[in-house]
Design a protein around this ligand. Structure first.
Ligand code: ATP
Ligand code: MG
Length: 137
């Protein structure tokens, strides 16, 4: 059993798609083990995406991620990191396979609706970035 970290990005929240996407998580066999809504500060978003600091899309990514509320959650299943990457689809929605979350909810490469950890190490770091120990029992 494994845990991964997920964000419903501001465009997904703005589309009233929280319930639909949570339903997709549950139908795909993920258990939602922790969750909350928050409006990221620029500092929080910059810290979260620090690996992309200096890239041409970084400032636009921060503008987008701070443009409205997000919902963050921890998802649990066997092989959760890879299974959730598969459910999300490609970063660029033009390449996202039919039936993936990004095929259905992304608007562009930046506004691609959902985030998911890219490795188990990232998942551990990202879960700790947003949740305290008592929130993820
Ligand atoms: P995420 O980390 O959000 O799950 P990812 O791992 O598929 O997505 P990363 O390469 O980690 O993609 O990029 C993080 C986010 O930065 C992407 O989800 C997207 O919103 C944005 N992004 C990445 N590359 C580009 C790009 N070339 N142009 C615009 N935005 C980009
Ligand atoms: Mg990533």
């Amino acid at each position: 059993i494994e845990r991964t970290f997920s964000i419903l990005k501001p465009n997904a929240v703005a589309k009233n798609a929280i319930g639909s996407i949570y339903s997709r998580f549950e139908h795909a066999g993920f258990t939602i083990v922790a969750a909350k809504m928050l409006h990221l500060t620029r500092e929080q978003a910059a810290g979260f995406y620090a690996e992309h600091d200096g890239k041409p899309f970084f400032n636009g990514l921060l503008d987008f991620m701070t443009s409205g509320p997000v919902v963050v959650q921890v998802l649990e299943s066997e092989n959760a990191v890879q299974r959730y990457r598969d459910l999300m689809g490609a970063t660029n929605p033009a390449n996202a396979l039919a039936g993936t979350l990004r095929a259905d909810y992304a608007d562009s490469m930046t506004e691609n609706a959902v985030h998911g950890s890219d490795s188990l190490a990232s998942a551990v770091r990202e879960i700790a970035y947003f949740f305290s120990d008592d929130e993820v029992c």
